[in-house]
Design a binder for this molecule. Structure first.
Ligand SMILES: C[S@@+](CC[C@H](N)C(=O)[O-])C[C@H]1O[C@@H](n2cnc3c(N)ncnc32)[C@H](O)[C@@H]1O
Length: 297
């Protein structure tokens, strides 16, 4: 950075957006604004009224460090330690997958089916039991606890470090009292009698070969275990389908996020499970398959 002109907010943003673009960011201006707002301890919108202000030395030092890490490929969500999901703010660390907008379709599918039950006159007195398998930062469990009246949620993850993040997010959102957190392999560690009205999951579904082709930003920074399922990409889903069929109450629903590439394979896996009835796949706004839904007979 040239030392001759003053480093105003506007100039810092222009220079940094250009620098991050050269270092491979797809959203360089947005990244620059988010990181500068973080360094200054203000909102991104507040920067727009400060373009001609000169940044303080301490702010520039903090900003420079964030920009350095961003240019190395660290995702913005990890630098900020937060990501929005379903209009709520969640803490994220390198131990959890960064919440993706696609996963909101799982929440929508769940809330739609809960509404259907209410319309069908199913009593709302008995708490609905909901499991979130592979909870990560806890987004699905917390949305279920917040938005499903009378829900009792079980959030499971194989990673204790992810569970610690999920617990802190649940506490931040006042949902900790309605969620039980369990370390375990899918549903296998639950007591034999545990059953659920709904099971939601965004399981690992990337194949080994797809993982090798992922963007460096994802491959080098997000937890491999959150992404990769095995050679086919459907290995975790295969086990989950069998275990969910055992644990769902009659008429209960399983919602699994998938990638459009494995939709046919996942539908075939569910079709082979005689205890489940396959329903329509939820598509996103671009028409891509996102959530495979099935129901216990
Ligand atoms: C794709 S991430 C989803 C995280 C979060 N639900 C979300 O949507 O952002 C998958 C999560 O499943 C967890 N996981 C992977 N294999 C598992 C297994 N066998 N049993 C339980 N959790 C598992 C990972 O640790 C990771 O947190």
């Amino acid at each position: 950075m040239s030392q001759t002109e003053a480093w105003t907010i506007g100039r810092l943003l222009t220079w940094t957006a250009d620098y991050l673009k050269q270092h491979g960011s797809d959203t360089p201006r947005l990244d620059a604004e988010l990181l500068l707002a973080e360094a200054k301890g203000c909102s991104r919108v507040a920067l727009y009224t400060q373009f001609t202000d000169v940044a303080a030395d301490a702010e520039r030092t903090a900003f420079r460090e964030l920009v350095r890490r961003r240019a190395e490929g660290t995702p913005v969500a990890y630098l900020l330690g937060r990501r929005e999901f379903y209009s709520l703010s969640f803490r994220v660390t390198g131990d959890v997958l960064i919440p993706r907008p696609e996963t909101e379709f799982v929440v929508v599918a769940l809330l739609d089916r809960v509404k259907d039950r209410a319309k069908a006159g199913v009593s709302a007195e008995k708490p609905l039991s909901i499991a979130d398998v592979g909870t990560g930062s806890g987004i699905l469990a917390i949305c279920a606890a917040k938005y499903v009246p009378n829900a009792r949620v079980t959030a499971i993850d194989v990673s204790p470090a992810a569970l610690a993040v999920a617990k802190s997010n649940a506490a931040d959102h006042g949902a900790a009292g309605r969620i039980e957190f369990l370390e375990g392999d899918l549903l296998s560690g639950l007591p034999a009698e545990a059953t659920f009205d709904f099971i939601v999951s965004n399981p690992p579904y990337v194949s080994e070969s797809e993982f090798a082709a992922l963007a460096r930003e994802v491959r080098d920074h997000e937890p491999r275990r959150a992404l990769v399922a095995g050679e086919r990409g459907t290995e975790v889903i295969e086990r989950l389908v069998t275990q969910a069929a055992e644990r769902l109450t009659p008429g209960g629903w399983l919602f699994m996020e998938i990638s459009p590439m494995i939709e046919a394979a996942v539908r075939a896996i569910v079709e082979k499970e005689p205890r489940l009835e396959l329903s329509a796949t939820v598509k996103d706004l671009a028409g891509l398959a996102r959530v495979v839904q099935s129901r216990k007979r």
